[in-house]
Design a protein. Structure first.
Length: 211
């Protein structure tokens, strides 16, 4: 058997015996999405001594970064800004503080391709346009994308579908990782890829498949 066929046979037998069941196990850990820096999307949360954690109201979104921030001293530039973080609590009106952390850039890049489908729409995304243009045919990236951005993007896409914004689960049709191709690559008439040992060159330069 091939490795994949053997895996399938082992799983099938264990399921028949009632000893196990198949599942997909992602190596996704808790994700700390906050960053103590200026660049990035501000976390839309206000901290109030009386009300606790209060979301920024929809009519005050998006939260804009201050343009007169000073870069150079140690620590979070947004936390050092003299006025930006000081706001009134949306719930009780008392003096409160904005969250001065910004979101990890993966939060934005995990759904920006959906925004590209209708970049001038007043809403974050137009469902009809997204369903027309998506999913992306070919995803190209470094090997780190296989367990980071690709996985986060799939997570966001599935969450958006559950919320009714999309009609599909997978954002990308295929993945091509840079660095995977390290020698000449051949395809047969049926489109399947061949190992170099499976082909030979004719005098005309054409590639022939053994057998």
């Amino acid at each position: 058997m091939t490795v994949e066929a053997a895996k399938d046979e082992i799983a099938a037998r264990l399921e028949t015996l009632g000893r196990a069941e198949r599942t997909i196990n992602y190596r996704l850990r808790d994700w700390g999405i906050s960053r103590q820096r200026y660049w990035g999307t501000p976390i839309p949360i206000i901290h109030c001594d009386a009300c606790g954690i209060v979301p920024v109201p929809d009519d005050q979104l998006p939260v804009a970064l201050p343009e007169d921030v000073e870069i150079g001293q140690a620590g979070n530039p947004l936390d050092h800004h003299p006025t930006w973080k000081h706001v009134a609590c949306p719930s009780c009106g008392a003096q409160a503080l904005r969250d001065t952390d910004t979101l990890d850039t993966f939060v934005d890049s995990s759904w920006y391709f959906l925004r590209f489908c209708s970049p001038r729409d007043a809403s974050p995304m137009d469902k009809e346009a997204v369903n027309y243009w998506m999913p992306v045919d070919q995803y190209i990236g470094g090997v780190e994308h296989a367990v980071l951005h690709l996985l986060y993007s799939r997570f966001f896409t599935r969450a958006l579908r559950r919320c009714g914004y999309l009609d599909f689960d997978e954002p990308f049709e295929g993945l091509f990782t840079q660095g995977m191709v390290t020698h000449e690559t051949y395809q047969g008439p049926d489109g399947s890829y061949l190992e170099p040992s499976e082909v030979e060159r004719a005098e005309s330069g054409a590639v022939l498949r053994h057998g």
